[in-house]
Design a protein around this ligand. Structure first.
Ligand code: F0G
Length: 368
């Protein structure tokens, strides 16, 4: 049955639906967990494994949540699903809405998302509005449109999205023979994924299926790091509030977000698991991405931030060399091939960061 083939719906006992509710699925989940020896050496670890959520039907982790959100949209009798997006949620919504025969409208920041993501979204038949502004402006507009009764918002403020995305925790533990890793590290943008991952682990803990949870750490790009700044302040101030970044900047456009909506949930997850939130430079992201490629895997820039973050956390001593570490790769390599070609031609430049030029010639692991 389609239910059993989906890596999300095979965990239906942990999802808020009746056993026989009709589902909208594209056979998401069941993504590989790769051993990555070169990336491990790059990070200073004995071993590093990469959970590749880019191997989902539309090429990102968003599919694991979208299958559940669109299933719920159909249940509610919604006519149109809407979201704001830096590209991946857009592509995912467009595909699942097409599958369900639902209309969908998507707001993206004009000129600030990868062409591959825009192309996917159009091909799946979505109505795309390019907004003069950034992702946060799009998100504000969505929250206004949400008041409309026939539209259903599928950004990660939608709890059903997080229900689907939490299943990655279960799938990961299955792949690890239920040996809980010491650290799970992932990139953070709007912070839905960190929230969902934590929810997954805490539910398994509550069910007695695991005896402890991994430390969950979140990595942001330096120019778009409101959560890392918040975390730093939270060390001395119990009741911190998010201070949005008005003009976030990074070439990792997926996580170019200045006012993440799920920061409270994500902060709770990081705090309760004993994780950290840090930011990494454009150069660190670019180098980590190229190293992941050298393991024969590849991912989009935002995903590489996780590996860049792990390297940093090993350097600071927060992650021990011999510990078990998982990086969540959130998006497929082909989501942003422009970034890679610019990097390898030596023409990749971050806003105001000339340093990136020719970065490929200084890879810490030389080409044999
Ligand atoms: N990695 C990728 C590839 C993403 O597309 C996103 C978010 C993230 C990481 C961050 O996840 O927002 O849950 O903290 N992309 C959203 C989008 C914002 O619209 O596609 P998050």
């Amino acid at each position: 049955a389609p239910r059993d083939r989906s890596g999300v719906w095979r965990f239906r006992e942990l999802l808020p639906f009746d056993e026989d509710a009709p589902i909208i699925t594209l056979t998401e989940g069941n993504t590989p967990l790769y051993d990555a020896p070169r990336a491990a050496r790059f990070c200073g670890l004995e071993r590093l494994e990469l959970k590749h959520q880019g191997c989902n039907p539309t090429g990102s982790f968003k599919d694991t949540g979208m299958t559940v959100a669109i299933t719920q949209a159909v249940r509610l009798g919604a006519r149109t699903a809407i979201c704001a997006s830096t590209g991946n949620t857009a592509a995912s919504l467009a595909a699942y809405a097409a599958r369900a025969g639902l209309g969908c409208a998507i707001l993206v920041p004009r000129g600030q998302i990868s062409l591959a993501k825009l192309a996917q979204t159009l091909d799946y038949g979505a109505l795309v509005f390019e907004v003069e502004g950034n992702f946060d402006d799009c998100m504000r507009l969505i929250q206004e449109l949400a008041a409309e009764e026939t539209v259903y918002v599928v950004n990660s403020i939608n709890p059903f999205r997080l229900e689907g995305q939490k299943t990655v925790a279960i799938e990961l533990l299955e792949q690890l023979d239920w040996q809980v890793p010491d650290h799970v590290v992932l990139p953070g943008g709007n912070l839905g994924n960190s929230s969902a991952l934590g929810k997954g682990f805490f539910e398994l803990l509550a069910l007695g299926l695991i005896a402890r949870v991994p430390r969950i750490s979140v990595v942001q790009a330096e120019g778009a790091a409101p959560f890392a700044r918040l975390f730093a302040r939270s060390q001395t101030d119990e009741r911190v509030e998010l201070v949005p970044i008005a003009a976030p900047q990074t070439l990792a456009t997926a996580i170019k977000i200045g006012a993440p909506v799920s920061w409270k949930k994500a902060l709770e997850v990081v705090r309760r698991t004993g994780g950290q939130v840090i930011s990494v430079s454009e150069r660190e992201i670019a180098e980590a991405k190229a190293i992941i490629g050298r393991d024969g895997i590849g991912c989009e820039p935002a995903s590489a931030a996780a590996v860049a973050g792990i390297k940093r956390l090993v350097e600071t001593g927060f992650i021990a060399r011999a510990s078990s570490v998982i990086a969540v790769l959130t998006g497929h390599f082909l989501k942003d091939s422009d970034y890679a070609i610019n990097y390898h031609r030596g023409t990749l430049r971050a806003p105001g960061d000339k340093e990136l030029e020719g970065a490929h010639r200084n890879l810490p692991i030389p080409v044999p």
